[in-house]
Each structure stands twice: as C-alpha cells, then as structure tokens.
Write a protein that binds this ligand. Structure first.
Ligand SMILES: [Fe+2]
Length: 250
C-alpha cells in the first residue's frame, strides 16, 4: 500500500492544495491520511476541513483541533518567548472565532489515533499507527533528539513490533529513524514548516510485504495567496515572516 502522510496543515489551504496536486500528479498513492492540526495560524480553517472531507481523507486530532473543538483556554502549543506566547494567543483567538460550527463538529469527531493494516485486517502484516504528538498526548513534542529509550517506550504503548510504523507531526520538522526494526516518522508540516524550508512538506510511505519505504517530499505552493489571507485578516506580520522563512525569522 502506498500512503501519503500529511500533517500540520494549519489552515494553509494553498499549501494543502499544492500537496494534493502533487500526490494526484504522481498517481500512485492508494490512501492519504493526516496527523492533525488542520487549523490555526493561517486563515482558511473551514476550507481546509471541507477539503479533507471532500477528498475523504481520514486522520487524527492535533492539539489545535482538540482545543478548538472543546473550546479550551489555549491551543496547547509551547511558546519559548513572551512574544511567541502573545502570538499564540492571537492565532488561537482568531481561529476559535472563525472556525464555524460544522468545522468544529468535524474536528471534535477526529480520533486520537488511527491504526491501519496495509495488507488488510484479514492478514498478519505490518501496522501503521498515526498520532499527532505521541501515543500519550497530542501536545508532547517528539523531536529528532529524543533517545531510543523514549521511542521504545512510545512504541510499547501501542504494541508495535519490528516492521511496524508510527507516524506523527506536531514539531513541524521532518525526521525518520529505525529502532528495533520499528520505523518512527515525523511527517513535518504541510502549512507551517519550521525547518528553514518554506515549501509544503509531506511523506510518501510504501508499506506491505517488504521493508517500509519512506520518502520526504517538498512542494512549492502559492504562498502569496496565504500571505494575502493573513494580511486581509489583520493578523500580525510575524505569521507572514514565519511562513516565508520556514520558521526561521531573522
Ligand atoms: Fe502543529
């Protein structure tokens, strides 16, 4: 089975559409699944929720999705400076206000995790487990510098074995590691990368009888359209700079 794994779209419809166009053009993907954070920061939350529904793309609840769906006091994002915290609140307040009832109900219905059997549930074979952060909480950052012991502990929580895959997002920085034959894939971010590359990111995963094959893809998108939306909404210019620099403002 060939999957496209997408995550952290964050209301960036032009980025999502560019990724979907790239997947469609290749013509070899059997299923697209998402690892959450559909909304926040950019200005197309309802359009992104609708697009995923139109395309029948299943996925899990990111911290942004579950906090907006439950009307929580904060997006559950970690801020490293007072300015970041201020921006987080501006984005969250905007998203709570502009995400409509139908979208909030769709976000509320997202499961915490997905468990897929690419060869079919009628056969033994590898599993693909999808979460946003970790199998414990969607707010925990599973960064590339987490040690093997952490990866083993998380894999054990969902009963993974050699040849299985767990995919997640949340950090907006893609990475892939194999521990005890288990593949750990951080898919990066479609709509708000933080690795210094502004282009939308996603993962192609081939999973079945052989070894899992993982490929990271980056796609240029109409960033001017996303920026126009941010400026028209009167959101801070910081959000524009963030997108332009791939999360590395000067
Ligand atoms: Fe995110």
């Amino acid at each position: 089975m060939r999957y496209a794994l997408i995550s952290d779209i964050h209301a960036n419809l032009p980025a999502l559409d560019a990724v979907l166009a790239d997947i469609d053009a290749r013509g070899d993907v059997d299923a697209i699944v998402h690892a959450g954070d559909l909304v926040g920061y950019s200005t197309f939350p309802n359009e992104v929720v609708r697009r995923l529904a139109e395309r029948g793309i299943a996925g899990v609840a990111g911290n942004y999705d579950s906090t907006v769906a439950t009307g929580y006091k904060h997006c559950g994002c970690r801020s490293e400076t007072p300015r970041q915290e201020e921006l987080a609140h501006i984005s969250y307040e905007y998203t709570l206000r502009t995400t409509n009832g139908a979208s909030k109900r769709a976000l509320a219905a997202l499961p915490f995790s997905l468990d897929l059997k690419p060869m079919g549930g009628h056969l033994a074979g590898p599993r693909l487990v999808l979460v946003h952060g970790t199998p414990t909480l969607n707010t925990v950052y599973w960064t590339a510098d987490r040690d093997d012991a952490f990866c083993r502990k998380m894999a054990a929580l969902v009963g993974l074995g050699s040849g299985d895959v767990i995919a997640f997002g949340h950090t907006h920085k893609p990475w892939h590691r194999i521990v005890d034959g288990i593949h750990f894939i951080n898919t990066g971010s479609v709509g708000r990368p933080k690795d210094g590359d502004w282009r939308a990111g996603y993962v192609r995963l081939e999973l079945g009888a052989g070894d899992p094959r993982v490929e990271f893809v980056r796609v240029e998108y109409d960033i001017a359209a996303t920026i126009a939306g941010i400026r028209a909404a009167g959101l801070p210019e910081d959000f524009v700079t963030f997108l332009q620099t791939g999360g590395k403002p000067a």
